[in-house]
Design a protein around this ligand. Structure first.
Ligand SMILES: *Cc1c(COP(=O)(O)O)cnc(C)c1O
Length: 435
């Protein structure tokens, strides 16, 4: 399988090259030249297959010769070694809980798969690679966790001081070893900007091998397909489901669309957004107008310029009509998100966190307008990760799962830096100079 750049101005590359480089040299995103079709046999056997078998069969054609089959199977196996239960909330709506992984958010799947691939590729390199990642919370911990203890890989995370939840901060700052947490006295946008400057800086690139790990990386994107199939394995109805995906950078929904184009039996998609409404504007006006992001309680979706949007267009050959037919849009306000968390808790005794609540409300609205439909939401994080918000709404304590209690005993360990590129640069140069 070869990957071309969405800017159509770079040489197509294989899976290995695309994963290592992240962004194509012409600044486009890598995209597979063909989308493999799964056989009818695959779907007939789906219910009997193990998670790792499914992951392996889906990803194999995309990886091609870049990783030997046995190694790839092991990478798949360790990527998905936790549960993906599809829980019934009510007659029509189910929740695919994607938060049973090591950092309690769906990003564990993509981040683990990507980190295991990158570790595989760096095995025989004598040169250390440094993964530089800006995070608003979930990405950083998932990536750090995926690379924890990997030989030859250092991870440096930038996060905005005071702007991540307590659990998120503990997850980011307590790993140690090859993981360093930089606490930036600024916003997430500042962190992202500093990382971009680092990748463009000649001195830095001469003294160390910097790699990005953000959501545009092909290994992260492709592997997010896995759990759509795990949901279909558990789907108890004859009619295919409507799937509601809480969307920010649109990586997750674009992975679902890949699964759909490979043959997954999904009826319809909902791109559930908060007040950040660029997708809704695109559906209404056929034009994509990025704008500054607005802060909401579902903050992992506070994105004004979704980086995977170009992949969405590519998936549909830029056909606005087809996009509109398969994907519905919605923008759910903070007030409605809170109301939904309250309502679902009171009526069904199910605790949603803000991102899942946005998806739930989007699906409920859709079902009201299109009766006799059933579907599921992707619940992308554990409510404990957003407990400050959720506890205020449902007025009940949320418990940290027992296997995470140890976190509360650990001591935060971060390096505080001003939101200035020179601070980051000096830090990295010093780090590169110490063996
Ligand atoms: C990252 C994230 C999202 C948004 O996913 P995209 O792939 O960026 O659309 C939704 N919910 C949570 C909890 C997240 O961390």
């Amino acid at each position: 399988m070869l990957y071309f750049s969405t800017n159509k101005n770079a040489v197509p590359v294989d899976f290995k090259r695309a994963t290592i480089t992240g962004l194509a040299p012409d600044k486009g995103l890598y995209f597979p030249e063909t989308i493999p079709l799964l056989s009818s046999d695959f779907f007939k056997q789906l219910k009997n297959k193990t998670k790792e078998q499914i992951a392996y069969e889906i990803i194999s054609p995309y990886v091609g010769n870049s990783i030997p089959p046995e190694d790839l199977f092991n990478i798949c196996k360790t990527t998905v070694d936790f549960n993906f239960p599809l829980k019934k909330i009510n007659e029509n709506i189910y929740s695919l809980e994607l938060y049973h992984g090591p950092t309690l958010a769906f990003k564990d799947v993509g981040a683990r798969f990507m980190s295991k691939c990158l570790s595989h590729f760096s095995q025989n390199n004598d040169k250390k690679i440094t993964i530089l990642v800006a995070t608003s919370g979930d990405t950083g911990s998932a990536v750090a966790n995926g690379f924890f203890n990997s030989l030859g890989v250092d991870v440096v995370i930038l996060y905005p001081s005071g702007k991540v939840s307590k659990i998120q901060e503990l997850q980011l700052t307590t790993l140690g070893k090859n993981i360093t947490a930089l606490e930036i006295q600024g916003t997430f946008d500042d962190c992202q900007h500093m990382v971009k400057q680092a990748f463009a800086d000649e001195d830095l690139n001469q003294s160390m091998t910097l790699t990005s790990a953000n959501s545009i990386n092909i290994a992260r994107w492709l592997s997010q397909q896995f759990y759509y199939f795990y949901a279909l394995q558990q789907w108890p109805h004859k009619e295919p489901p409507v799937v509601s995906v809480p969307s920010g950078n649109f990586g997750n929904i674009c992975a679902g669309l890949l699964a759909y184009f490979s043959g997954a039996n999904i009826k319809h998609f909902i791109a559930a957004c908060n007040t950040n409404d660029v997708f809704s504007n695109y559906i209404a006006n056929k034009t994509f107008n990025p704008k500054p992001s607005v802060s909401t309680i579902s903050n992992a979706m506070d994105v004004g310029n979704p980086s995977n949007f170009i992949r969405l267009l590519e998936l549909f050959s830029h056909n606005h009509k087809h996009i509109k037919e398969l994907i519905s849009n919605c923008c759910i306000s903070d007030a409605l998100t809170s109301e939904t968390i309250m309502e679902v808790y009171e009526k069904y005794n199910y605790i949603l966190e803000p991102h899942g609540a946005v998806a739930y409300r989007g699906l409920q609205n859709y079902i009201e307008q299109n009766p006799n439909q059933k579907g599921f939401i992707l619940e992308t994080a554990h409510p404990i990760k957003f407990d400050e918000v959720v506890q205020k709404i449902i007025k009940k304590n949320i418990e940290l799962p027992p296997s995470f209690q140890y976190l509360l005993q650990l001591k935060k360990n971060s390096v505080v830096l001003k939101a200035e590129f020179n601070e980051l640069k000096s830090f990295l140069l010093e780090k590169a100079a110490t063996p």
